[in-house]
Design a protein around this ligand. Structure first.
Ligand SMILES: NC(=O)c1ccc[n+]([C@@H]2O[C@H](COP(=O)([O-])OP(=O)(O)OC[C@H]3O[C@@H](n4cnc5c(N)ncnc54)[C@H](O)[C@@H]3O)[C@@H](O)[C@H]2O)c1
Length: 275
């Protein structure tokens, strides 16, 4: 993709899941990549073998000192910073039982840490020829979810902050967007018990127009696109990479038109699991 090769990106959460996929995708596209995560073992394993243009930097997003070191390390090693990709998160969520400390921790990682990173990287982004920030939202940010209060609130917050960042950084030529993945398959699911796999397949089918989980590379493609020169007129937007999840109404893919019911047709049954 135009505009990725030779540029420098910090990927938070680069040790696992989508973040790890992003580290590999940016490296394959010829970018200099610094993976930032608290998980040192997995973080080092992901960058091993990806070449000299990829590094891991142990970073706790709850620590300003760590974030300052991450920014300093990246700028010194690669001569600047062009992109921030903010994928790290905690999913810890006790819903209505979450206490103040739990709320603080979740917001500290999912929101505050990424805002501090943006602030500290700003002098470097301002010097970049093609600066861009991509934040991670979630479909959970847009709906009420039983027993999940905290994580969705952090995601709604980062999606909103994305618009404010885009507004105020536009004068510096810095584009800021978010991505909203649907349920995305992760490597650990491949070795999960069959019962867990069946549950994922069932909900993937129910919740997405495309009837399946997303793939990490599909989300990575969208993030690279947002950073690339192909997305030069995009800022303040949220790109849905969700298999149609967020465009689907409460009836899912079932046919429940009142006219259908009036004709005496049997009421629609919930969609069958097909994958
Ligand atoms: N996987 C999905 O289906 C899905 C769906 C919607 C949105 N998302 C979003 O995509 C992003 C990646 O999700 P994922 O499922 O791959 O996550 P994941 O749980 O697999 O990875 C998150 C990473 O964040 C790191 N992390 C946690 N606390 C940290 C801290 N204090 N400092 C630094 N790193 C820390 C973890 O060590 C981990 O490597 C998240 O922002 C998530 O909200 C994912």
């Amino acid at each position: 993709m135009k505009g990725i090769k030779g540029r420098t990106v910090i990927v938070t959460g680069g040790a696992n899941g989508l973040g790890a996929g992003l580290v590999s995708a940016f490296a394959a596209a010829g970018a200099n990549v610094v993976s930032a995560d608290i998980d040192e073992a997995r973080g080092a394993a992901v960058v091993a073998g990806l070449g000299d243009n990829t590094a891991f930097h142990r970073t706790d997003l709850q620590s300003d000192v760590d974030i300052e070191r991450l920014v300093g390390f990246t700028a010194e090693r690669f001569g600047g910073i062009d992109f921030l990709v903010c994928a790290a998160c905690t999913y810890a969520d006790a819903g209505g039982e979450a206490d103040r400390a739990a709320w603080r921790t979740a917001f500290d990682i999912n929101l505050f840490g990424h805002i501090v990173l943006m602030r500290m990287a700003l002098p470097h982004l301002r010097k970049s020829e093609w600066p861009s920030i991509v934040n991670f939202s979630s479909e959970a940010a847009h709906v009420g979810l039983s027993a999940r209060w905290v994580y969705p609130a952090t995601k709604a917050a980062i999606e909103q902050v994305t618009r404010s960042q885009a507004m105020d950084l536009a004068k510096d030529g810095i584009r800021v967007n978010s991505v909203m993945p649907g349920w995305t398959a992760k490597p650990w699911q491949e070795t999960a018990p069959q019962e867990v796999k069946d549950q994922y397949a069932y909900w993937a089918n129910r919740l997405h127009m495309l009837g399946r989980l997303g793939r990490i590379d599909e989300v990575a493609d969208a993030v690279l696109f947002l950073c690339s020169e192909h997305a030069g007129f995009m800022t303040g937007s949220c790109l849905h990479v969700d298999g149609g999840h967020s465009a689907m109404g409460p009836q899912g893919r079932d046919v429940v038109l009142p006219t259908t019911l009036r004709k005496g047709t049997k009421a629609a049954q919930p969609s069958k699991v097909t994958s």
